[in-house]
Design a protein around this ligand. Structure first.
Ligand code: URA
Length: 238
């Protein structure tokens, strides 16, 4: 997804959309010298500006909309915007980023008890494309199992015939790699609800730990648990 060159927008709208303040606060922030022009030009709340002309407390603004974040999701955090569900993955981002419009959302979800590579974006079209059932990028999971493998799981997962409870269509072929009899990696190209846990449940097992280590060509690299970085949206396999 290419980022088009940012067009000029009203100063108050730009700052409100980036979560710095509400529009009616901009006049006071201009008066107090908190919001300034990088080349010293005078500004009013309705001046049409481009993102890179403006400073907030002498610092360049946060990145404009069209961002993609690669996060190393810790266990115990929820992929939801609802505070009532517990600690959220969004709590790891700067507070201001939670006020942005368009809003930042996760691209698909990882369960509360799944760790690993999570993508987030404020680009609605990218989000829609990557979460569409027609989108089949490979995602690799590392799973720990409660019981030793039976031996036929790789064949069943690869067959493209495995039906999950309550679903109309079988899972697409998935690739199981055995590390030992309770440790595996599983590569799937779909993103059904609790898919990996349900696939193992369908063959009489139970996943006790789950971690996503890659999404398309993206990996966590040296990103520590709870850390995140902005990535080039063009790096995402589509
Ligand atoms: N499959 C699951 O069961 N859980 C996840 O979080 C991701 C894939």
């Amino acid at each position: 997804m290419k980022n088009s060159k940012p067009s000029k927008v009203r100063l108050d709208k730009l700052l409100a959309n980036l979560g710095y303040c509400v529009r009616k606060e901009v006049a006071a922030l201009l008066r107090d010298g908190i919001i300034t022009h990088s080349e010293g030009l005078s500004l009013k709340t309705d001046t049409k500006v481009s993102h890179d002309e403006i400073l907030f407390e002498n610092e360049p603004l946060d990145p404009p909309s069209g961002i993609v974040i690669l996060m190393h999701k810790p266990l115990g955090l929820v992929c939801s915007h609802d505070d009532g569900e517990g600690k959220l993955v969004y709590d790891l981002l700067p507070l201001r980023w939670r006020m942005r419009d368009p809003k930042i959302s996760t691209i698909g979800r990882l369960d509360k008890e799944t760790s690993g590579l999570l993508l987030l974006t404020d680009d609605g079209q990218l989000l829609h494309r990557l979460t569409s059932p027609r989108h089949h990028v490979a995602k690799l999971y590392e799973a720990t199992l409660d019981r030793p493998l039976r031996g036929d799981e790789a064949e069943i997962f690869a067959s493209g015939t495995l039906m999950l409870n309550g679903e109309k269509f079988p899972c697409l072929p998935a690739k199981l790699t055995v590390i030992d009899d309770t440790h595996v990696t599983l590569e799937i190209t779909e993103g059904r609800y609790h898919q990996v846990r349900r696939m193992f449940a369908a063959v009489g097992n139970h996943v006790t730990a789950l971690h996503r280590s890659s999404f398309g060509d993206l990996t966590l690299g040296d990103l520590e648990v709870g850390e995140y970085r902005l990535i080039d949206p063009n790096k995402i396999t589509e």
